[in-house]
Design a protein around this ligand. Sequence first.
Ligand code: DC
Length: 222
Amino acid sequence: MAIDGPAGAGKSTVAKAVAKRLGYRYMDTGAMYRALAWKVMRRGADPSDEGALEGILETTVVDLGADEAVLLDGTDVSGEIRTAEVGQMASRVSGIGIVRRRMADLQRSMGRSGGVVAEGRDMGTVVFPEAEVKIYLDASPETRAQRRFRELAARDPALTLEQTLADVMRRDRRDKERAVAPLRKADDAVLIDSTRLSAAAVVAKILEEVDAKSNENGRIVS
Ligand code: DC
């Protein structure tokens, strides 16, 4: 299953819940870009310098472990990567072709055996175009900023809602306008607007899609 959409649409919350309900693995591809971005920041590398990024990629191992752990060169960086700054840097490095190719290869090899709920920006369009169920999850910019703000404010007391909204909108623009694998709804994806829906309601809608698909394919999943 592929779940795509902009920042703060609620992808992680619902993707985790759906994976749990179906007994599938949850694949957070944004976390992979974030881990690389964090390394780029630590190295002080220029995120638009393809040569520098290629060098870093050659010596970098990004992996998703158990319990949603994000492993960068074997070290758990799950806590470090959840900041607005790392999110912006992830959005920048993810616009570079060589970075996307490397990440997409990794993601395909992780998803090869199926049974995966993959969440990101290009899951349904580029990485898993053959996914059985594709969801494009969206919400108004204000709602998405509020959700992000609630997540980040505890760790960053100086953060304001206005800053968060500007950050979310900047990132969306960059993710949608980049030349390689831009964020867009796949033609065969189901659009869900979560602005006025609880996470539980979104999960229920996705599970309905799964049921509908399995009936179409003559299989009973749940
Ligand atoms: O989902 P997230 O906020 O953790 O993602 C961080 C950035 O990574 C996002 O702004 C764009 C990039 N990204 C991407 O380009 N492709 C993906 N499949 C996932 C994330």
